[in-house]
Write a protein that binds this ligand. Structure first.
Ligand SMILES: [Zn+2]
Length: 202
């Protein structure tokens, strides 16, 4: 989840709102690219001065799961940076050609060695300062079994009172857990929650 490739290599170029990962060379012809506004467009793109290829950049999608079993939630302690050693929900970048549901199932298997039946989309976050969209599905463990996956140091089921709130890796994880416990204690319905994660850059 949120690996080192999340916003590209190098310092990137800052706009008022976000970091734009740099493109240095054309992936079609290998020459250097520059920034310009293509005809008919309204914002700068990386454009190859040799072959004319326009290298569009668009937000990336992170898909994941809130795995549930007998009233408890399954969390993974991260074995990789960033936020190594902190707890997270299984999630990661959507792969090319993959549905968001399949991505959530795959990440849950890779990080927690758990099989889940998805119960529907639950939280959806825009994270514009890093040009990402994060989504979590509620999921029920199929057989209650799980184990430590390659990207995890530990995987555990937590009761609400035992959730390590001060050791969660990402705001979207805490917000998803808070929504879940609040909804469960209330009407017992789990509508989709949408939210923006806004971080002001200085
Ligand atoms: Zn080119």
């Amino acid at each position: 989840m949120f690996g080192a490739n999340s916003i590209g290599r190098g310092p990137g170029r800052r706009t008022r709102d976000a970091i734009i990962p740099p493109v240095n060379y054309c992936s079609r012809c290998g020459r250097e690219v520059g920034r310009k506004i293509p005809p008919g467009d309204n914002r700068e793109r990386f454009v190859c001065g040799h072959c004319g290829a326009i290298h569009y950049q668009n937000p990336r999608i992170v898909t994941g799961c809130l795995p549930l079993w007998e009233g408890r939630v399954l969390l993974c302690r991260r074995a990789i940076e960033p936020r190594r050693g902190l707890w997270t929900l299984p999630a990661g970048f959507l792969e090319v050609g993959e549905t968001v549901e399949a991505g959530a199932l795959r990440e849950t298997w890779e990080e927690a060695r758990a099989r889940v039946e998805l119960l529907g989309l639950y939280t959806l976050f825009s994270v514009p300062h890093i040009s990402q969209v994060h989504m979590f599905f509620r999921g029920s463990l199929v057989d209650g079994e799980f184990a430590v996956g390659d990207e995890s140091l530990d995987v555990c089921l937590f009761d609400e009172h035992a959730v390590p709130w001060d050791e969660l890796a990402f705001p979207v994880v805490g917000k998803t857990l808070q929504h879940y416990f609040t909804d469960r204690a209330g009407a017992g319905r789990f509508p989709v929650h949408t939210e923006d994660i806004v971080v002001e850059r200085r």
